[in-house]
Design a protein around this ligand. Structure first.
Ligand code: ADP
Length: 485
């Protein structure tokens, strides 16, 4: 089974979010079970630099407004890869999607259409003598791959499209359609047109043989008006081709026993180092010693992540003598609100703005609780990192959070006799500060019973979040589409 894996970012070379972590681990897990995977990514400078063993470029000719476009064979993160070399479109430093002004690059339609177009060029086997059985695109940037394959017609590879976040759709004015060089009838409701615009996400959802998303709960949620971003009707009509496959964790990268970013290693069998990590984190972030739990947050700062709710719930954190160590960047108003919270709670709330991979590891290592109060969350990785690092996740009951975290702190009638035996964190239902505050109270109550807390922590640290299960499910899906491969 040969799979062309089409995406845009790979940790550690280039990362803006969880997609990069997925792309660094899933292809290797697929290769581990015998799938012949090659990556296709735009030739962004950071990826070009990280590539090793470059071979002779394969010229594809003029395309996407560029005089010459080529594919550079190489290895990236241990995987065979092709980098799409079109300097006029990709040779720009920094964020792969945004210019230095923080706005989308104005030619993003052209930039990511070329990625889909290049993916479809593999269909005839003329590139490196390698013809994929499946082209697997990830998020809107790769959405047009399935459309270009359909436009070629004939015996083309099968296609899978994975939604990592439906909120980002790649929507462009109708005037961009002629640039795409697709048949005119593709610009219709039965195609990639969405409310009069060209929509790359819709192209993937509409034209791919199978659509997946990154957790079973999110696969159900996106078929509803609340979470469907207008695509719910289309997704319901494709329900038979839609499934949710939960992301995993790269255990080589996220293992507190071997994590060199931490002040001290620790594990479920030997948890002593966790206390040192907490102490070091408090010192690093300028937090006072305290008796209550230390809440960690590592997050993009967007409305999606519900960090405004956490600000509103600050009195509940204070009531249990808790503290917050936050690392994040994004929305300017949210960043400012958190800076203000830090200034008004010195020694209790510490905020580091920016992107810092090593500090992220130290927050998971040092925190007692990882807060992920997202309004929606396709999968979420940080709650799983928290579980593995002995930080109990406190999450909203949505998407992948709902699929990975079970309530451990609910006391009273109907609760299991030993809540620690069944739960691994704290879960609240509605995106309201009151519900979040109640979950914080439950966390505070469990914190009062150190033995029960440790039992919950142990359950999390011993959890299996490896990529093996997911890889097996993707491989089964590929076989459904191409049983003979
Ligand atoms: P999303 O992809 O929506 O941002 P995920 O939970 O799936 O959310 O993945 C987020 C990834 O980005 C995790 O690896 C997390 O540790 C990392 N991350 C988020 N913000 C930062 C930051 N400011 N500094 C370092 N890592 C971050």
């Amino acid at each position: 089974m040969r799979v062309l894996y089409v995406s845009t970012e790979v940790h550690p070379a280039l990362k803006t979010g969880g997609l990069a972590d997925v792309n660094a681990a899933l292809p290797g897990a697929l290769a581990g079970i015998g799938v012949d995977v090659a990556l296709l990514l735009p030739g962004f400078p950071a990826l070009m630099e990280a590539a090793s063993g470059r071979g002779a470029p394969v010229r594809l000719g003029p395309a996407g407004g560029c005089d010459q476009v080529s594919l550079v064979p190489c290895r990236l993160g241990g995987m065979p890869a092709w980098l799409l070399d079109a300097p006029a479109l990709y040779d720009r430093p920094g964020n792969p999607y945004l210019g230095p002004d923080g706005h989308d690059w104005p030619d993003n339609a052209r930039r990511f259409a070329l990625l889909g177009w290049a993916a479809a060029r593999f269909a005839d086997g003329g590139i490196g003598g390698w013809r994929p059985d499946i082209v697997h695109g990830h998020d809107w940037h790769a959405g047009l791959a399935a459309a270009y394959l359909r436009a070629r017609g004939g015996a083309v590879p099968g296609s899978v499209f994975t939604v990592h976040n439906l909120a980002y759709q790649g929507s462009f004015p109708a005037t961009t359609f002629p640039q795409l060089d697709l048949p005119p009838h593709f610009f219709s409701m039965q195609g990639l047109e969405f409310h009069g615009a060209v929509n790359f996400m819709k192209a993937g959802l509409f034209y791919a043989d199978r659509v997946t998303t990154v957790s079973p709960t999110y696969a159900r949620e996106i078929q509803t008006a609340e979470h469907g971003f207008g695509m719910e009707g289309l997704l319901r009509s494709r329900a038979g081709a839609l499934s949710g496959i939960l992301n995993g964790v790269d255990n080589a990268e996220w293992n507190p026993a071997r994590d060199r970013a931490l002040a001290a290693p620790f594990s479920a069998d030997d948890p002593g180092g966790k206390a040192l990590c907490r102490k070091a984190l408090r010192a690093e972030m300028g937090l006072d010693p305290a008796r209550g739990p230390l809440f960690g947050v590592v997050s993009r700062m967007t409305a999606q992540k519900g960090l405004d709710l956490l600000l509103e719930a600050m009195p509940a954190i204070a009531a249990i003598d808790g503290q917050v160590a936050m690392l994040g960047s994004g929305d300017v108003a949210l960043e400012a609100a958190w800076q203000l919270a830090a200034a008004s709670h010195p020694g209790r709330v510490a905020v580091k703005r920016g992107y810092d991979e090593a500090l992220a590891h130290r927050i998971f290592g040092g925190a007692d609780i990882i807060a992920v109060p997202s309004r929606f969350e396709p999968c979420g990785l940080t709650q799983m990192y928290g579980l593995l690092y002995g930080a109990l996740p406190l999450v909203r009951n949505t998407g992948g959070l709902a699929d990975t975290v079970r309530e451990a702190g609910r006391a009273g009638a109907g609760a299991p006799a030993d809540p620690a035996a069944t739960g691994n964190g704290f879960v609240f239902d509605l995106p309201r500060a009151a519900d979040l505050s109640a979950a914080i109270e439950r966390a505070g109550a469990l914190w009062q019973s150190p033995a029960a807390w440790r039992a919950v922590q142990q359950a999390g640290m011993r959890g299996d979040f490896g990529w093996g299960k997911a890889a097996g499910r993707y491989a089964a899906l590929y076989r459904q589409i191409r049983p003979a491969a």
